[in-house]
Design a protein around this ligand. Structure first.
Ligand SMILES: Cc1cc2nc3c(=O)[nH]c(=O)nc-3n(C[C@H](O)[C@H](O)[C@H](O)COP(=O)(O)O)c2cc1C
Length: 381
């Protein structure tokens, strides 16, 4: 299959990965309207073409939290990422390192923290959920610290899980899921060999290390469901801020008032995100939420944005709307599922080339040059 874009990787992943895992990544919550709008609202933004401005010294590098990034992007935390390729978190982290950007490990990864950090030299970012079991949070934070993680990404948009209807249809959850998954694996022999057999154990590495028993994919949803904490408020985060010496980023901000709270709280950054349309369906797309957040807090805190980025042009669009950097979610998961580490590396190369085109033809030589001026205000036409 010819690969030239995220869409191609999506189709390649659809073929290689069994439906219960493909749809787990591809789907969103409820009617998937926010998921859809994340992509279309971003793609609908018109870039303002400018020409003849000598763009020969294009530079897409940035510095973020004292780290050099080869492009303004970070691989987003993705739970059960190790089910898309053999020990998938290790492969994705190596791809990110080779392409000069950070990788964020999810709390609910397959590979435990130490397995991934042992495979890379670049400091990893670590994502933490707010969970009822504070003992687990402390345990996992201590391990992230000991493993040299540089940035803590604190995800706050999951006090309760959004209903993912697709998961019941695909066999990820629901009746006869074990037999349905086994049948799907047989129909996807490459995946069955690469991940199903050679990629074991399929347990949640960080959680199993804490509970002392194997917590597998089936226990995952139950464990998470029982452990999300709807009582959480900013006050509950204070001990973590005091405990964590590195940078701290609050992920899941969609409103300027919450962004201001994050500044007051003393966070180093926020991620403007609706969890890729996997939580509150009907919430604003990130592209729509971002401008008013940037108006409220730009300069006071680093603004990252995700949800809907499918190419390098989308990265430039997010920057034009006010982000300092971006996170890439599904785009890298599709590439990982389709072609492992090499797929993620190639996808990042494609994104870089697309950014080069977008910056050259909007006449922005470096990342800090990109402002809302890079977009055309369609309402005024
Ligand atoms: C399969 C999958 C699993 C995810 N797991 C997590 C997670 O464990 N922690 C987290 O903070 N975000 C998680 N996310 C959300 C991503 O970090 C990111 O916000 C989202 O994918 C961005 O949207 P996009 O994929 O449309 O670009 C997950 C997303 C996907 C697709």
């Amino acid at each position: 299959m010819i690969i030239s874009s995220t869409n191609d990787y999506r189709e390649a992943a659809r073929r290689r990965v069994p439906p219960f895992m493909f749809h787990y990544a591809d789907g969103g919550s409820f009617a998937e309207r926010t998921l859809e709008r994340n992509v279309t609202d971003l793609a609908d933004l018109a870039l303002r073409q400018r020409v003849l401005k000598d763009m020969s010294k294009l530079d897409i590098e940035i510095e973020l939290f004292g780290e050099k990034l080869a492009m303004p992007a970070v691989l987003a935390p993705v739970g059960a990422c190790g089910m898309y390729a053999r020990r998938g978190e290790v492969q994705a982290a190596q791809a990110a390192e080779n392409k000069g950007i950070p990788f964020t490990l999810s709390t609910v990864s397959i590979c435990p923290i130490e397995e991934v950090t042992a495979a890379i030299k670049r400091p990893m970012w670590f994502q933490l959920y707010v969970l009822k079991d504070r003992g687990f949070m402390k345990h996992v934070l201590e391990r992230a610290k000991a493993a040299g993680c540089s940035t803590l990404v604190f995800t706050v948009d999951m006090p309760t899980p959004g209903a993912r209807y697709r998961d019941r249809h695909s066999g990820m959850s629901g009746e006869y899921k074990e037999i349905r998954r086994a049948l799907q694996a047989v129909a996807h022999p490459f995946w069955a060999w690469d991940v199903g057999i050679k990629g074991k154990p399929h347990t949640l590495g960080n959680v199993s290390a804490y509970t002392g028993k194997a917590v597998g994919l089936d226990d995952y949803v139950v464990w998470l469901g029982e452990n999300f904490d709807p009582s959480i408020s900013w006050k509950d985060l204070e001990w973590i801020r005091d405990f964590w010496d590195g940078s701290m980023v609050i992920k899941g901000i969609l409103d300027p008032e919450d962004a201001k709270d994050a500044v007051r709280f003393g966070a180093d950054g926020i991620v403007v995100s609706n969890h890729g349309g996997r939580q509150l369906d009907g919430a604003l797309s990130s592209a729509r939420a971002l401008p008013s957040i940037a108006d409220a807090v730009k300069g006071d805190i680093k603004i990252l944005a995700d949800s809907g980025i499918r190419n390098g042009l989308d990265i430039v669009r997010m920057l034009a709307l006010g982000a300092d950097a971006t996170m890439i979610g599904r785009s890298f998961v599709y590439a990982l599922g389709a072609a492992g580490k090499a797929g993620v590396e190639n996808m990042l190369d494609i994104f870089k080339k697309e950014m080069h085109v977008a910056m050259t033809l909007t006449s922005n030589q470096k990342i800090s040059d990109i402002t809302r001026d890079a977009l055309v205000d369609l309402t005024k036409l």
